[in-house]
Design a protein around this ligand. Sequence first.
Ligand code: ATP
Ligand code: FJF
Length: 362
Amino acid sequence: MNEKEKLIFQLIKKNPYLSQQEMAEQLGMSRPALANIISSLIKRGEILGRAYVLPEKNQIIAIGGANIDRKFTIEQNVQLRTSNPASVTESVGGVARNIAENLGRLGNRVSLITVMGEDHDSAFIEQNCKSMMNVDLVEKLNDYNTGSYTAVLDNMGELVISMANMAIYDQLLPSILKKHEAILQNASCIVIDLNSPLETVEYIRNFAIERNIALAVIPVSSPKMKNMSQDLHGISYFICNRDEAESYLNVKLETYSQYEKAVNMLLQKGAEHVVLTLGEHGVMVGNEGNIVHYKAIATRNIVDVTGAGDAFVSAFLHGVLNDEELEEAIQLGLVNASKTLQSDKTVREDLTKDNLIEWRNL
Ligand SMILES: Nc1ncnc2c1ncn2[C@@H]1O[C@H](COP(=O)(O)OP(=O)(O)OP(=O)(O)O)[C@@H](O)[C@H]1O
Ligand SMILES: O=c1[nH]cc([C@@H]2O[C@H](CO)[C@@H](O)[C@H]2O)c(=O)[nH]1
């Protein structure tokens, strides 16, 4: 930091809620010059932006996708190769962003690191997210469209097909994360989804190993899971669904003994905790040679499956990061997934710490 930056940094440390006008007056600087320096401090992760908060412990950093989700629900039985009458909704999505929103709604401090285009979609996403997470570390790229995910659901809310337009995530490179090392190294947990390129996942895995930071890796889809390294050391929580495990391990998973074997194989590759999600059959969880199956919560009136996996991951991480026993954290995950299935929203708008406890006790 140069002298001017140090002065501003000290002032923010003393009083994080001074307005730029007040700061400029106290420092005898022009406001545009001050704004420039503040924006460079934010970009380098020295301060978090908006309220000029300093990076601190216990912050969760989510790295990966932030998309616009378009969901078409077909009102009658799906007929292939013809036009099906459908209703459509548009909302914010992306696995890392969904997890950040869940964790933010649950009262955790979260920053999102992602790349978005300079377009209408990114403005919509930012506007939508900024009350639940810090979005000041988001990088805008001129030549790319913001990621988008288009899903076709049947009249039971089950996924028929989905399309991912996410070329932009090839640009979520280690060079972007390096700018935010100050924040990353103070994180209580880093969550990365596999929208991120392999070299970025490997960079963050080594970063987490060197600094002993909890790391959760979330695959997002079977095709993207194929890119993952076969070495899972340094990953504290590796959470994938059945299809993703099949494509990564190159095995068929149809029985409980096969699920158990798969969890074992993932543990052998070095992950500390493995969670294999099994849709209506719940989750198989393994650590230190101990593998346990937990039943899903019987859920009626499923409206939309989108986001159930992200809801599980988020409430599970919320539990473990807030000192719950592993088993209780899993139950919180199962409850949040079940409640999310009953909502047409990817993340429930009524999700709070208190509501999660109330749903858990029902
Ligand atoms: N039909 C269901 N009934 C009850 N719980 C379910 C059902 N489907 C999913 N879940 C819950 O959601 C969790 C995650 O579901 P799944 O294994 O399908 O992951 P996913 O494919 O990542 O989810 P999605 O892509 O739908 O967000 C399950 O472990 C379970 O707890
Ligand atoms: O390749 C991808 N497909 C789907 C998603 C996101 O998954 C979410 C549901 O779990 C949804 O919001 C979509 O944007 C993604 O981030 N990458």
